[in-house]
Design a protein around this ligand. Structure first.
Ligand SMILES: C[S@@+](CC[C@H](N)C(=O)[O-])C[C@H]1O[C@@H](n2cnc3c(N)ncnc32)[C@H](O)[C@@H]1O
Length: 204
């Protein structure tokens, strides 16, 4: 299933680079870069994430879901029972919805919503989250940090930014428990960090 998911998404790879933020999109650099992990990369970070969040953690949010590849992989491989993506660019949400419907993964609990995770009204509603946040700028991280801290359900998340960056962004309730290296679909190698909710709140 994982190979089929990847193959299905390949055809969106060409369109992807032509997808530009529509006029009026906030000019944070996050929108201009798209990076996805290799299937083995997703497998690895999902395994580490579940280990940090605990056995009952069976739902994940992809913060900045792009074309929904991580969401699709999470459900197709049964790493998670359900996966929801949050994506700010409508063209990417539409492409993700088409691919998820084509693979019938929308009927198995995979979805991508058009929404900004920076919005004060946004709340993470799953025990696990993924943020392929390599290009998120300071303002984006600073807006996301309270959404993570204040979630009543989030237990652990994977990020590609180290604890120092998150401390600068104001994150208070999570600590790094693990890190490692994974490959992107573009054969780059990225360092990921697993963050787990602290029992007591103190500085990172
Ligand atoms: C690296 S790409 C996502 C890759 C995706 N997580 C995957 O693994 O397939 C990062 C995405 O975050 C989105 N993004 C940036 N800022 C956002 C925000 N405030 N709310 C929702 N999505 C955002 C970008 O538009 C981009 O599509």
């Amino acid at each position: 299933m994982s190979r089929r998911v990847s193959a299905r998404y390949e055809q969106f790879g060409v369109d992807l680079w032509a997808l530009k933020p529509p006029p009026g999109t906030p000019p944070h650099e996050s929108c201009h870069l798209h990076a996805e992990l290799s299937p083995a990369g997703y497998d690895r970070v999902f395994k580490r994430l579940k280990r940090a969040a605990g056995r009952r953690a069976d739902a994940i949010t992809d913060l900045g879901a792009g074309l929904g590849r991580a969401v699709a992989h999470a459900v197709a491989t049964r790493a998670f029972k359900s996966a929801v993506g949050v994506e700010v660019l409508a063209a990417r949400v539409q492409a993700a919805e088409r691919a998820l419907a084509d693979l019938a993964l929308d009927r198995r609990g995979a979805s991508v919503e058009l929404q900004s995770f920076c919005a004060p009204s946004y709340a993470v509603r799953t025990p696990c989250a993924l943020a392929v946040d390599i290009a998120f700028d300071r303002a984006t991280l600073a807006a996301l940090a309270p959404r993570l801290d204040e979630s009543s359900e989030l237990l652990a998340f994977v990020s590609f930014r180290p604890a120092l960056r998150w401390r600068e962004a104001g994150l208070r309730c999570f600590e790094t428990v693990e890190s490692g290296r994974v490959r992107s679909t573009g054969e780059e190698r990225f360092t990921y960090y697993v963050y787990k909710r602290r029992r007591t709140v103190r500085e990172l």
